[in-house]
Design a binder for this molecule. Structure first.
Ligand code: ATP
Ligand code: MG
Ligand code: MG
Ligand code: MG
Length: 469
């Protein structure tokens, strides 16, 4: 089953269960300055759960574009390292706003997975919140999942609020236990079942999270039942596609294979399993959709996240030997794969290409020299890239520090982050000083910098170039 068909089969299923199909919202959350990006399907329904917004329907389903590359959820550093994480991904979701609750939620999920998608039930594991006997009982007695594949997950994860299986939107407000469905990809893959010490391996992959929003948490921490319990579910489309296409990694599904083939052609790479191709294929989706949703590369906020992702992709292209621009050429194949599900992507194709090409040319001017500096620093380092060098890479060559850390990680090195912050702070103090000087009207800062001692002058010249990077 192609990814595009899975997307529509999911919606068709919930349509027959009287759900209203709603469009995906933007990656940039509306009316929520606290949230960097839409990181799950529930974001557009937040106010409905809180009770401050009413919808004309009580059941909804959608395919939501999500980004986990900043803020509370950040999977950027997992991309290229696990089989299951992307920065941008699509979340299939269904919701009940005070309508059905645990029994139907679990029943729909099990029916869809085992009867419609025909997943072998013996490969499915479930987790429940440790004291959620109701969910446990539904799985065991009504769905027939044997007790040895139902795992109770307690408050033992050290997470800020509670455990993995208790979902909470914030310190106060709607929250509740969740139950998750995992697929066992088989013993040839490393990793233990959920709840075991090596659960972070990629053998048992979490595919669907069903959240029961049951309580309202008061500021003193006590839980009281919500008048109308709600349901919020999210299933990763790419993870489901991997299961249905009998492949292990998300990157082996049809949609990604197309992008990876094009990346391989553009970078003249033979090995389609090359990690850099996966990263590039992941990042073109994140970057293109961010631009579609109105974000442009910049040095702060969301725009800086975009810039960081683009530059990571370009550095991977560079590693594969590319010395000109290539990344923007991935937009066309992406439109071929996703343009019909997301007409807004197709409509903005040339705008996206142009924005990427501009950023690509800009960074292309310093990437080569930055890599040379990195190599020189790495050659004489004893395992740690000094913060001052990381800062120079940032300030002079436009290397976001997470990019430097990523390159370091590949070579078994780390970056002195405290030293980097210190150098950053020193520069900010200096420019504040420069600003004061200027504010006094005595001399423009630019001119002042030229009067500073030679060593410092060199630095200023370099950093004024950096501001163009
Ligand atoms: P994991 O434990 O594998 O990191 P998660 O528990 O963080 O996943 P949830 O927040 O429960 O994920 O999101 C709901 C679903 O969205 C997951 O069950 C999974 O199918 C999918 N998903 C989550 N993060 C990603 C990602 N980075 N890339 C692709 N799919 C994802
Ligand atoms: Mg996660
Ligand atoms: Mg999880
Ligand atoms: Mg989860």
């Amino acid at each position: 089953m192609k990814t595009a068909d899975i997307r529509s089969a999911f919606l068709d299923y919930f349509r027959t269960k009287d759900h209203t199909i709603v469009p995906s919202s933007s990656l940039v959350p509306a009316n929520d300055p606290t949230l960097l990006f839409t990181n799950s399907g529930m974001v557009q329904f937040k106010n409905v759960f809180l009770g401050s917004e009413k919808l004309p329907y009580v059941r909804a389903a959608d395919v939501q574009r999500c980004l986990r590359a900043g803020g509370k959820h950040n999977d950027l550093d997992s991309v290229g390292y696990t089989a299951r994480h992307h920065t941008f991904f699509e979340m299939l979701g269904n919701w009940s706003f005070g309508d059905y609750f645990k029994r139907d939620t679990i029943g729909y999920a099990w029916d869809l997975l085992t009867n419609v998608f025909k997943l072998p039930p013996e490969r499915l594991w479930v987790t429940v919140y440790h004291n959620d006997d109701e969910a446990y009982g539904i799985w065991k007695d009504e769905m027939g999942v044997p007790a040895e594949r139902i795992v109770r997950i307690g408050d033992n994860k050290g997470a800020p609020y509670a455990s993995d299986n208790f979902w909470q939107m914030a310190d106060t407000g709607p929250c509740g236990p969740c139950t998750e469905i995992f697929y066992d990809h088989g013993p040839e893959i490393a990793g233990g079942p959920p709840g075991s010490p090596d659960e972070d391996g990629d053998r048992y992959i979490e595919i669907w999270n069903l959240v029961f929003m049951q309580f309202d948490r008061a500021p003193d921490g006590t839980l009281s039942p919500l008048p109308a319990p709600c349901v919020d579910t999210g299933m990763g489309l790419e993870r489901l596609a991997a299961v249905l296409q009998h492949v292990h990694s998300n990157y082996e599904i049809d949609l990604f294979q197309h992008l990876i083939k094009v990346a391989a052609e553009l970078t003249h790479t033979q090995d389609l399993a090359n990690k850099s191709l996966r990263v590039i294929a992941d990042h073109i989706r994140a970057c293109s959709f961010l631009i579609v949703d109105g974000v442009l590369p910049s040095n702060e906020g969301r725009g800086y996240v975009l810039r960081r992702i683009i530059r990571r992709a370009l550095r991977h292209g560079w590693m594969l030997g590319v010395r000109g621009d290539f990344f923007w050429k991935m937009v066309q194949p992406l439109v071929e794969e996703m343009g019909s599900a997301y007409p807004e992507l197709a409509a903005k194709q040339s705008f996206v290409e142009e924005a990427l090409r501009t950023e690509e040319r800009r960074f292309g001017e310093t990437l080569e020299n930055g890599m040379r500096l990195f190599d020189a620093v790495a050659a004489k380092s004893s395992g740690v890239i000094p913060g001052g060098d990381a800062f120079r890479l940032y300030d002079t060559y436009g290397f976001p520090v997470d990019l430097t850390a990523d390159i370091a990680r590949e070579r078994g090195l780390t970056v002195d982050m405290d030293g980097f912050e210190q150098s950053m702070k020193e520069q900010q103090d200096r420019s504040r000083e420069g600003g004061k000087f200027e504010a006094k009207g005595q001399m423009p800062a630019e001119l002042a910098s030229q009067l500073k001692p030679t060593a410092f002058l060199g630095y200023e010249v370099v950093s004024s170039q950096a501001s163009k990077v």
